[in-house]
Design a protein. Sequence first.
Length: 508
Amino acid sequence: MSADILRYPCAQKDFNEVLVEQLSRTPWILFSGGFHALIVVILMLFVSPDPQDESQSLANVTLAEADEIPDEPIEIDPPTTDPEVQPDDTDPTDEIEVVDTTDTTDVDAPYEETVGESDFVGEATLTSFNKNDAIGLGGGAGGGSGRGGRRSGRRKGSKKTEQVVDKGLEWLSRHQSPAGFWDADGFSCQDGGGPCLAGSRGGAVYDTGVTGLALLAFLGAGESPRRGDYRMTVAKGVRWLMKSQDGEGCFTSRSISNFSYNQAIATLAMIEAYDLSRLPSIKRSAKKGLAFCLSMQNPYKAWRYGVANSQNDVSVTGWMAMVLKAAKNAKLDFDERSLVWARDYIIEMTSEETGRVGYVRPGEPTAREPSKKAEFPSDESEAMTAAGICTRIFSGEDPKNSRLVKLGIENLLLKKLPVWDQARGSIDMYYWYYGTLAMFQYGGVAWKKWNAAMKEAVIDRQRVDGAFSGSWDPKGPWAESGGRVYSTALMTMCLEVYYRYGRVFGTK
């Protein structure tokens, strides 16, 4: 018998016999194969990729890679009175989808970041959040999980201050343009189409900055693009900023020398909007804005105007330090040496004898435009000292263990409490804003004295008449630049201090 026959016994049969035998088996083979294929298809319908993998890949994107992520269109669905009712098909749709949140349960807990083709807010899950009441997620010039007490009940202002905040937010919402921004010089045209209110107009070149300030006032109250009474207002403002951002991350025109203010405030608002909403589209914009702010810093120093042009000042640096602190709490990666350099610059600008922080030279008086020096004397304000103290605290310096912080607080700020006295020239909303932040962080008797004076100066000056109702008259050395939107946003944020920030070092 040949070897071939031993290996293949069927070789003993003729071809026709083998063919008939194989064909008789074929239907069962086909049935078996089809049955197994059907099982595979059914399993594929129930198995999806692990969403954590995609989320993790986005979370690990570096600042340098931010420009490589394609921008997505940002439109906003209009709110509905019933969350179950779908918007009309003719309305714009978009990845920033707002939801009705009439309940107030754990409102200041941030959303878990969701990643995909769109940000479906209704499907997002909430996560518990605790940062030991440290300065946290968005709001004002920072704020976040450490704030939000306005809604959660952990920490609130008085009934009176809350009423004033509500009126301020209502006025700001009424004067938002249909496009989403706040028009510094044409804001009142949004309130019935009338002419701009006399003496209320700011500079048109600061639309980006005042839009950022207005958004920060809403974020400071716990409003976000995803929830809250003013979620549509916030979402529209965020969308406008995102559409204004260029490929390098700059939110504003660079045609004016001091565009750094616009950029810092807009970036701060975007970071905090992301930290409250956890929307990936906002995260991309925030990271690009942060990257551009970092590119503007002078190596080993700070910021002033332009991009790393070797000039530094305390005012711009104060805003940029807020940006970095907000980014740190939002867990956006950056080289934290930038925050150390900012603090070192503030130390350099602080007088060892008086504790005063100078604008561009150590210990010099607060800066004033030449045309405003007589009307608003520098010796009525300690704006740079307040901004410098905030920078030192938010970069990790304990105010109770710092001789120069204590000196600035007790020998300077406490001697220049907020007073609304135009004849004296003591109105400086920029100073009051930074002073309120600094004093709240310092705590103790100093804070109580400041808080009492601040409330008296701010609350009693809120307008209650007609189209002005809820706003503050733009008074002070910088009022002509920002106008009524600027003054209303800053004064509203002063009265949000009780929940916008937690105390970094637990002072009381």
